[in-house]
Design a protein around this ligand. Structure first.
Ligand code: IMP
Ligand code: MG
Length: 175
């Protein structure tokens, strides 16, 4: 089967939206220090682009949680493969994600981090597939709502490939 990539959201549109989200975040946090938690590996480009548009104190930390294997369906439970380096107690934590699909990953990650008593905990995602939601998650900042399609690029992968695309695409399989 041949794989083909269709552009869903071009680079310029992604970056423009990231700028808007950064503006909104700066307004909401009003100069308070922000503790950004990137969910690796998918959130990496979004975290970097977003963080450099935010003026003020921003701390970086990273987590790896298990999500999809080599397929395209949800695994249900998460496993913490890499925990935070720092202590988030009393911090204003912002989780930075690539996409919210079933919501399982974020729902569990949120509970896990709330257990460490941050001053606040918000969620920011570049993509949201609301039609796929299985569990409720409060999402504070959303880049784009997209239909139920498997997307790649701007950090998102299919079997670890395509993360490096600077736009968001839909993967098509032709036979
Ligand atoms: P959830 O737990 O079902 O919300 O899945 C969240 C994770 O699944 C995301 O952080 C992605 O790593 C992965 N994922 C969900 N949908 C897609 C997609 O369309 N393309 C690539 N990865 C996806
Ligand atoms: Mg992810």
């Amino acid at each position: 089967m041949a794989e083909r990539v269709e552009v869903l959201i071009p680079k310029e549109k992604v970056l423009k939206r990231v700028d808007e989200l950064a503006e909104q975040i700066m307004k909401d946090y009003d100069g308070q220090e922000l503790y950004m938690v990137c969910v690796l590996k998918g959130g990496i480009f979004f975290m970097v682009d977003l963080a450099r548009k935010i003026k003020g104190d921003v701390l970086f930390d990273f987590m790896i949680v298990s999500s999809y294997g080599s397929g395209t369906t949800s695994s249900g439970h998460i496993k913490i493969k890499k925990d935070l380096d720092g202590n988030i107690e009393g911090k204003n934590v912002l989780i930075v994600e690539d996409i919210i699909d079933s919501g399982n990953t974020l729902c569990q990650l949120r509970k896990f981090l709330l257990g460490r008593n941050p001053a606040s905990l918000k969620i920011c995602t570049i993509l949201d597939k609301p039609s796929r939601r299985e569990v409720e998650v409060p999402v504070d900042y959303i880049g784009f709502e997209i239909p139920d399609e498997f997307v790649i690029g701007y950090g998102l992968d299919y079997d670890q490939r395509y993360r490096n695309l600077d736009y968001i695409g839909v993967l098509r399989f032709d036979d």
